[in-house]
Design a protein around this ligand. Sequence first.
Ligand SMILES: [Zn+2]
Length: 195
Amino acid sequence: MVWIVKLVSIGAEDEEHSTEVMRIAKPGNLTDLASLGLTLAEGKRLLAGVQREIVAAQARVHAVHRPACRGCAASYRIKDYRQHALATLFGQIAVRLPRFHCARCATTQAGVGWPPHVRLTPELDRLRAQFSALMTYRTAAEMLAQLFPVDAGTDPETLRRHTFKVAESLPVPVTAEPAASVLSALAPAMPSRAA
Ligand SMILES: [Zn+2]
């Protein structure tokens, strides 16, 4: 049997737009339990596919907004498009956003409301810090990659640096390793290793 997973978006005027996300092929009998339902790999591909489609649609809507020039208040014209790479819990995505130009003032502005130096979503940022607080950086990186279609930002050295950065922003002195109290503050919702 073959299933086609489709995403249907509904626009402002109830118009529907359908996109194929993934095809799943499975045997129709249950003699092999390993073929029952989705595997982890299929689940990760599905999440990554849905994430890609939703982000692409959000970027298309976002790109329609035209800011007014700060200098003369005229509407900016589109100069060109830039890809912004971003790591999310459900995979690396690329957001295509326009840059704007005002001919009168000879100024250029990046996409509306897009933070210029952000490389990952707040959720992935937080989850990475929580995982790194509970286990070694290498294990945290491996575990994230095992469970989620995270294909960026799971390098142990990056996780280590990041956890120290978050720990340093807390009002507790940090020495060689983040103190247990700091780490538990970073991961309040997760059970501690000692429990
Ligand atoms: Zn202007």
